[in-house]
Design a protein around this ligand. Structure first.
Ligand SMILES: Nc1nc2c([nH]c(=O)n2[C@H]2C[C@H](O)[C@@H](COP(=O)(O)OP(=O)(O)OP(=O)(O)O)O2)c(=O)[nH]1
Ligand SMILES: [Mg+2]
Length: 141
């Protein structure tokens, strides 16, 4: 499939004041069912990545997000179709996150992240950006 036609997926990586990262659990019956994830989803045709992130965070975890920085991207062959996934560091948010679609959502200490519980593309993001401590410069640097 040519790159122009491929679906775009945007995901957000958010840290709270305690340095914990926001994680959700994918529900049964979807691609990568029951694995952990960073909230996000597919970009719609009329949307920019930022608009999609704002919408997905409102829909999935009930918070308003702002101030994004692209930290990792990758083409994925996917379980049913290929997509291109973009991970954004989200520097500001308003509200208290909860599982607005009935899913489990929680804050995780960075030293408790088991990357094997995430989909493959997210494992690479975690290995390249979080476990290397690269995120510390972006947040506090
Ligand atoms: N949200 C999210 N999706 C991920 C991650 N890693 C990863 O490979 N994916 C994949 C799973 C899906 O195949 C694809 C799209 O994400 P999604 O299922 O959340 O899409 P969506 O919210 O738009 O859901 P839907 O409308 O299709 O039900 O991205 C991740 O860390 N977070
Ligand atoms: Mg989603």
């Amino acid at each position: 499939m040519p790159d122009e036609q491929i679906k775009h997926v945007v995901c957000g990586v958010i840290f709270n004041e305690y340095g914990q990262v926001l994680v959700g659990r994918r529900r049964a019956g979807v691609d990568y069912a029951n694995s952990l994830e960073f909230p996000g989803g597919k970009v719609e045709h009329h949307e920019t990545h930022e608009q999609a992130l704002i919408r997905e965070f409102e829909e999935e975890v009930g918070i308003t997000v702002a101030n994004f920085k692209l930290i990792y991207e990758q083409r994925v062959n996917g379980t049913s179709e290929p997509f291109h996934i973009y991970f954004y560091l989200i520097k500001d948010f308003f509200g208290q996150p909860y599982g607005a679609e009935g899913q489990e959502v929680f804050w995780l200490n960075v030293d408790e992240i088991d990357y094997n519980r995430f989909p493959p593309a997210t494992q690479l993001l975690i290995q390249n950006f979080i476990l290397t401590n690269n995120y510390l410069n972006e947040i506090y640097g």
